[in-house]
Design a protein around this ligand. Sequence first.
Ligand SMILES: C[S@@+](CC[C@H](N)C(=O)[O-])C[C@H]1O[C@@H](n2cnc3c(N)ncnc32)[C@H](O)[C@@H]1O
Length: 200
Amino acid sequence: MAEYIIRARKAPTDPKKFLGAIGAGSHVEYLAQIVVNTLFVSKGHRSDTTLTLVLEDAKDYSKAITLDGASLGSIPDMSESGILLTISNCLKSAIALEKEECISLDNGIEVQAISFEHLVKVRLETRSVFLLDKKADDIRDCTLPDDAVFLLTDHIPMPRKTFKSLRRQGVQNVSLGPVMLHASQCVVLIQNEYDRATIV
Ligand SMILES: C[S@@+](CC[C@H](N)C(=O)[O-])C[C@H]1O[C@@H](n2cnc3c(N)ncnc32)[C@H](O)[C@@H]1O
């Protein structure tokens, strides 16, 4: 099962601030596009795909919100505002989480109080992790395991220090071509690579 981890550095973890940030420069509205493009296809959803949004504008801990394609039927309103409201409600339920604590909500979504760096470290223990980087080797020249994890940022580039540290830890950089795309568009192209390799 492939997983996409999106680092959203300016996205508030406070539920009210999160909703207030829509259209106000934090680009939280892109998160709704990422949810749709990662987990939905025409007349269905990708039950073999997971999306984790790491919201980092926090008073205490970053919050990692994990949506599992297998349990997505439970999101009541799939419009952009409906998705953002669902995320805000998840944040409300997770407001009191202590460091590294995790809760599973009734709609199948999980929220964990964990930093992006720590989350990546945990994934690296068992899985191959790829960092999206326009200047890296082409994804078509890489072997992609079914359970690969892909790291993307929103509109703010990954800090140089993190970039180097991820490389040192064994994260492989991959490119999707010469054009700088939105994260939601990157996900579609990666899914397409999987679709072409597995569906005949
Ligand atoms: C909108 S981009 C980030 C833009 C940001 N201003 C920057 O310069 O990195 C969002 C994510 O998509 C990835 N991305 C965009 N185009 C790409 C490409 N052609 N190949 C690989 N990754 C790409 C970026 O690496 C980043 O993780």
